[in-house]
Design a protein around this ligand. Structure first.
Ligand code: GCU
Length: 614
């Protein structure tokens, strides 16, 4: 199990403070570095014999995949030597990519995989060096030149380990063990409705920094419209150090000095010339924070998102979020969760241009920073969420630590992204006292880490029956600590409702907060038409389902946005109807190859009318 890699010592944070992952290396994707993408050797280890021996304890030498050894030479030299692996001569795969596309026999592999490659250390080395992983799913252990340098749990957030002292001149050997297997205590748990995509799914880079560098910088507009900057330096000269914030295009140049902990916080009037970010004008600025030899930079948009009563306001004006949900899966018949800028642009452009959207729900886990940056650039507001999904082990303190750490890693990675407006802490989680306490802790963490955004969760609604129509009630106690209500509803798809009855549905939701319909949808196999009977899985049924549900939505008075389920068909092991699904969830408005279905224009026309009626 993933736990085999991790001896999860509960990180040392007081219950009232969120986890603080170190190092953060915020905006490290923009820092200079050596990209280790490309060919890596791989070798499966389904019984995890590289992690522990068959009676437990340390594995035999002959099973230690991470040893810094030339296996062939060692065995040729001494007939007593035995190695039952040889990564340097194992098959190659191009990373980043999930292993299900490395080879046909790996399509359904779920367990521990070892990866290894060598790389040349920089000729002249000065300052500090970090190995940064964009993400690896699910539990990871990393070795450099035969020495363990770190472990991480969580399949969707970045992590980094300092290797300054472990690097050697010439060739260095990196070995990574990634265990994809979920268990009852992981986040997410084993049962979800998406493909697990085990492996190193985002880039691995060797990053160089000065001895003292900018580990975190958060630059934003506060709720009262001022510009605020928080900087944290890491290194021997972090304390009482001069720091500078520059936004050249705005003529902003502000100096400061860090405190004894290496922190600098300042607020200032927003420059008069500041153009606020919006979907219509996604203005980004080059922001630099300099200190000593380090020059940190990011491209940041400035805007305000707030709630006033039942309205969501962007830059002080009410907005309706015209969105759709999206999994992290590129277009194509054999996706491997390798999200390049081109792959991300292709998907998000379908929302922005095809559907006339201004909003995307990045479900059900933190997506690649490539996608969040693309949303910044194209002008899409983002709902960002952690995979606290369905049946989580609410009473397990380790599970809570995992969720809190994942949430903190997500927020601390993306706090500078103007597109991110909503942090979601859960999806469709059954209401119990233990679940309420668990989620309230996550909501409190969001409030402490980021007081500029809204908090939500995709909730379940209770269904009752009126005389001749469904009565839907949102009675989730978590609602009182959320800014935005969000509900998933599938009346007409997973229920026996006639589509013609949906318009008569009765909705009971809190009247004083904005509501987002975070999911509704119906499957259709692209190209399957049944105009006569309109059976389920036909494009005609899906289009009628959208017409009926959109008409119903128009009667919910506090509705301020929607993110129907879902932009694109996606792999799901739970969906095995051989005529229509073949292991894919077909609720996409486009097929896995991007073929638009009839319902695409039903939603696109609805949003075009919404956009013009503002
Ligand atoms: C649920 C869930 C999704 C799932 C969808 C479906 O609401 O949140 O992850 O894919 O319904 O049934 O298609």
């Amino acid at each position: 199990m993933a736990g085999m890699i991790l001896t999860l010592a509960t990180p040392c944070f007081a219950q009232d403070a969120p986890p603080s992952p170190v190092p953060l290396l915020v905006a490290a994707d923009l820092r200079e570095g050596t990209d280790l993408s490309g060919p890596w050797h791989y070798s499966i280890d389904p019984f995890r014999s590289g992690i522990s021996g068959f009676h437990g304890g340390m594995p035999d030498t002959g099973q230690q995949r991470w040893r810094d050894v030339d296996v062939r030479a060692a065995m040729a030299k001494d007939s007593r030597v035995l190695y039952e692996f040889d990564l340097a001569h194992s098959p190659l795969a191009s990373l980043p990519s999930a292993w299900l596309t490395h080879a046909p026999e790996l399509r359904h592999y779920d367990g521990l995989m070892w990866y290894q490659r060598t790389f040349a250390a920089p000729e002249t080395r000065k300052g500090r060096y970090f190995l940064r992983f964009g993400a690896a799913n699910y539990a990871t252990i990393v070795y450099l030149n035969g020495k363990e340098i770190g472990r991480h749990e969580g399949g969707f957030t970045p992590f980094a380990f300092e290797v300054t002292r472990a690097l050697r001149d010439g060739q260095n050997q990196i070995t990574v063990g990634v265990d994809s297997q979920a268990n009852e205590a992981t986040v997410p748990p084993p049962v979800t409705d998406w493909e697990n995509y085990g492996g190193i799914t985002r880039p691995v880079r060797l990053i160089a920094t000065p001895d003292t560098y900018v580990d975190d910088a958060w630059v934003r507009l506060t709720r009262d419209g001022r510009m605020a900057v928080d900087v944290h330096l890491d290194g021997p000269q972090a304390a009482n150090r001069s720091v500078r914030l520059k936004i050249a295009e705005l003529g902003l140049d502000r100096a400061g000095t860090t405190d004894a902990h290496g922190d600098w916080r300042a607020t200032m009037a927003a420059p008069r010339a500041l153009i606020r970010w919006s979907p219509e004008n996604p203005k980004l600025y080059d922001v630099a924070v300099t200190s000593g030899e380090d020059r940190w930079h990011d491209r940041i948009g400035f805007r305000k998102i707030e709630r006033r009563g039942a309205d969501i306001l962007l830059n002080g004006k009410p907005i309706f979020l015209r969105g759709i949900s999206m999994h992290e899966e590129e277009l194509g018949v054999d996706p491997t969760r390798a999200i390049t800028p081109a792959a991300s642009r292709a998907l998000l452009s379908e929302i922005k241009d095809g559907l006339h959207g201004n909003f995307v729900r990045l479900a059900h886990y933190p997506h690649s920073d490539v996608t969040v940056r693309m949303a910044d650039e194209l002008g899409l507001i983002v709902w960002s969420e952690v995979p606290v999904y369905w049946r989580v082990a609410w009473s397990n303190p380790d599970t809570l630590t995992r969720a809190r750490t994942m949430l903190a890693e997500n927020i601390l990675r993306d706090r500078n992204r103007a597109s991110v407006a909503i942090w979601s802490v859960a999806n469709e989680t059954p209401v119990t006292d233990a679940r309420n306490s668990f989620l309230r802790t996550l909501v409190a963490d969001v409030r402490r880490l980021d007081d500029t955004r809204l908090v939500s969760a995709a909730l379940l609604v209770e269904r009752g029956q009126g005389a001749d129509h469904p009565v839907m009630t949102l009675a989730d106690p978590l609602a009182e600590v959320l800014d935005v209500m969000a509900i998933n509803t599938y009346n007409g798809w997973y229920s026996q409702d006639r589509l013609s009855d949906l318009g008569r549905s009765e909705w009971h939701v809190p009247a004083d907060k904005p509501l987002i319909c975070s999911e509704f949808g119906a499957d259709a196999r692209a190209g399957f038409h049944d105009p006569a009977n309109k059976q389920k899985f036909s494009e005609e049924f899906q289009a009628d389902y959208y017409r009926a549900t959109l008409s119903m939505a128009d009667h919910v008075p506090t509705l301020r946005g929607m993110s129907p389920w879902i932009l694109k068909d996606f792999r799901s092991p739970r969906r095995q109807n051989p005529d229509f699904q073949q292991g894919w969830n077909r609720k996409g408005l486009i097929s896995e190859t991007g073929q638009r279905k009839e319902a695409f224009d039903v939603l696109g026309d609805y949003y075009a009318r919404k956009a013009s009626s503002r």
